[in-house]
Design a protein around this ligand. Structure first.
Ligand code: IPD
Length: 261
């Protein structure tokens, strides 16, 4: 896999942040944790990882803009390009010592995601994609699964937590979907959910209440693996709308009919 200079910068930043997060993950019980909102925790590790990524990316590309989960958005001198960063997707897993979380970095150019990196340091899995160049897991080219029967397929979602308003819709989705498929998973890191659909590990994913930094990199990785992804309601801005449905291309229609019913 031969990536562009920008992709290599993103991979380097993700690895550096990943190293710092792994160190903190080993000491997770000693971390100082503070409540940021219902069910949404920020840790010292999260903030340190964002600092590392921001330093690396802005050092290499001084004029790009920035959107990160833990800091103020900044417009760069080049208004057409911005980084969209979640330094730690799966924060709740991290804080509970569950090794399923990731660093997510995307590069947007003129409103389109052109490069994406989702790095799972605990498993040393680096998912990458560039627009038109395919997607990779480490050095291996990714392709969505070819399962086309709902009853053989597994799906992932995010079940709203901490009193979020969209719980009833998600429970109704589950009631329609669970009887007709092979299972539903709630792994707790949306960036990895999209990367796993891209890798053919499960057939589809849907969730409401997401942020652009949770999904920006994963959307490109999924598309470059041959998957389909749309706003859950069928209209609106995919990145900023916060609701998403994604699947391999053969099962997308059957799956989305059930979720959108
Ligand atoms: C969260 C994870 C989780 C999803 C939440 C997100 P964070 O991101 O992606 O899977 O269900 O909606 O907020 O807060 O860990 O970066």
């Amino acid at each position: 896999m031969q990536g562009s200079a920008n992709l290599n910068i993103m991979i380097k930043a993700a690895r550096l942040a990943g190293r710092s997060l792994v160190k903190d993950f080993r000491e997770v019980e000693n971390l100082q944790v503070s409540m940021k909102g219902a069910g949404d925790f920020v840790s010292k590790a999260d903030l340190a990882a964002e600092r590392i990524i921001k330093e690396e990316l802005t050092e290499a590309r001084k004029n790009y803009g920035w959107v990160g989960e833990e800091s103020e958005a900044e417009q760069g001198e080049d208004p057409t390009r911005r980084w969209i960063v979640d330094p730690l997707d799966g924060t709740t897993n991290f804080l509970h010592g569950l090794p399923h979380w990731a660093v997510s970095i995307a590069l947007e150019h003129k409103g389109e995601i052109v490069a994406g990196v989702v790095y799972d340091p605990a498993k040393d899995e680096m998912f990458t994609a560039e627009k038109g160049q395919g997607a990779f897991l480490n050095e291996t080219r990714l392709r969505v699964s070819s399962r086309k029967r709902m009853i053989e397929s597994i799906f992932a979602t995010g079940v709203p937590f901490g009193g979020r308003a969209d719980l009833p819709e998600t429970l109704q989705d589950l009631a329609r979907l669970m009887p007709v498929c092979a299972g539903v998973r709630r792994w707790g890191a949306a960036a990895l959910d999209l990367a796993y659909v891209a890798a053919g590990r499960y057939e589809g994913f849907w969730e409401r209440g997401l942020h652009s930094w949770d999904i920006a990199a994963g959307i490109l990785i999924l598309r470059e693996s041959g998957g389909l992804v749309e706003p859950l309601s069928g209209t609106g801005d995919l990145l900023e709308g916060g609701e998403i449905i994604a699947a391999n291309e053969v099962i997308f229609e059957q799956f989305s009919k059930i979720i959108r019913a």
